[in-house]
Design a protein around this ligand. Structure first.
Ligand SMILES: Cc1ncc(COP(=O)(O)O)c(C=O)c1O
Length: 389
């Protein structure tokens, strides 16, 4: 039986959205449709499925679950977060202008600067913490505002409601997208705040187990859904049925994982806030963070993301990293295991050096993805490694 969960709470939607028991056996978890094609009764006469780049039952169920957790009408899945971002840019015409958060994930900046700028699309990178910077760049050619909030790796915050209102007042043609990867749909719902699309690297919190690469776009507007579904089909960056199965399975525990990330990151924040080796802390829950007020007004919790500059030489920092026992030095974030990343040398090495300097991404910056282990063990781990640095 198909039940409408749309008016129910996050936890119920996370567990049930998109799942319908298999009709022949009653299996509560439907089988994975590991098929590329479908037999047709006569040419063009089929059951709604003809080729898996276009539609696949396992992907359809997962996309319904994506829509469900974001409280959106539609979810569309892609083979990576960058493929999802790329799909949005592919809907633009040459000569369009895009306003982008200045501290977006390094790969997003690289995609815009290196791959799309040459097609005549102009990208303006601005600090969206101050809405005046967005207003200054708005003009008749502006077609898209790409907000990442909080940003990767400095956790800058943009006020989604204010930016959406200002851009729509300028022109209803402007599409507002929020990269919602850092908060996950559990803690931030950009569509309710006026954005047109919520984008995710599902590789991160939605997967939660560091075993899949994926991306997703969620939206309410039929016109955007139609355009982006076409790009998904025509450009072909689709996830495999097995990846869809894994991601759908992950969604069912997203709310539980986010609750533990929230508890643990607050423990790590308190430890770092009071530590004498902390030079600068980047955490939107900190009342001293410039985006604190906006963050608290538009989200309902914290994911495991926190960045810090430690008062250490590079050698001391390397020593600190090598003494960590629970935190692993690795790219990516959002998994159940705690990770630490060195943005300058790792995830943000592709950001042009002068831009990195301008933002303050230097050798002393570390980005932590606090997992769901025991929070006290995580604090102990950081403490012993700092002492040995
Ligand atoms: C905020 C954000 N958006 C997008 C991406 C790109 O996602 P993917 O690596 O799945 O292509 C990342 C990757 O780290 C990210 O952190």
């Amino acid at each position: 039986m198909s039940v409408d969960y749309s008016s129910m709470k996050d936890a119920t939607r996370a567990v049930h959205a998109g799942l319908v028991s298999e009709p022949v056996t009653g299996a509560v978890i439907p089988p994975i449709f590991q098929t590329s094609t479908y037999e047709q009764k006569s040419p063009g006469k089929h059951s709604g499925f003809d080729y898996s780049r276009g539609t696949n039952p396992t992907r359809d169920a997962y996309e319904k679950a994506l829509a469900g957790i974001e409280k959106a009408k539609f979810g569309i899945s892609y083979s990576s977060g960058l493929a999802a971002i790329q799909a949005v840019i592919q809907t633009l015409e040459p000569q369009s202008e895009v306003i982008v958060s200045d501290d977006v994930y390094g790969g997003t900046g690289r995609l815009f600067r290196k791959l799309f700028a040459k097609y005549g699309i102009t990208f303006h990178f601005v600090d969206m913490n101050d809405i005046e910077n967005v207003k200054t760049k708005l003009n008749d050619k502006t077609k898209l505002i790409w907000i990442e909030t909080p940003t990767n790796p400095l956790l800058k915050v943009a006020d989604i409601k204010k930016i959406s209102t200002v851009s729509k007042a300028h022109s209803s043609d402007i599409i507002v997208v929020v990269d919602n990867t850092f908060c996950s749909p559990i803690y931030q719902k950009p569509l309710e705040l006026g954005a047109d699309i919520s984008a995710h690297s599902t590789t991160k919190y939605i997967s939660g187990h560091s075993d899949v690469i994926g991306g997703a776009l969620m939206m309410d507007r039929d016109d955007l859904h139609e355009k982006l579904k076409f790009v998904q089909f025509a450009a072909g960056s689709v996830p495999s049925p097995f990846e869809c199965f894994l991601l759908h399975r992950s969604i069912r525990t997203l709310h539980l994982r986010m609750e533990r990330h929230h508890v643990n990151v607050l423990k790590v924040y308190k430890f770092l806030k009071n530590h004498k080796k902390t030079k600068q802390l980047y955490f939107p829950g900190d009342p001293d963070h410039p985006g604190h007020k906006a963050y608290m007004s538009q989200t309902s919790g914290f994911s495991g993301m926190i960045s810090v500059k430690l008062d250490m030489t590079f050698d001391e920092l390397s020593n600190f990293l090598s003494h960590l026992k629970v935190f692993k030095l690795a790219e990516s974030l959002g998994g159940v295991e705690s990770l630490v990343n060195h943005p300058e040398q790792m995830t943000h090495a592709s950001v042009p050096e002068d831009h990195r300097k301008l933002l303050g991404i230097d050798y002393s910056l570390l980005r932590f993805s606090v997992g769901v282990e025991d929070g006290d063990d995580l604090v102990d781990d950081l403490s012993q490694a700092i002492d040995k640095a």
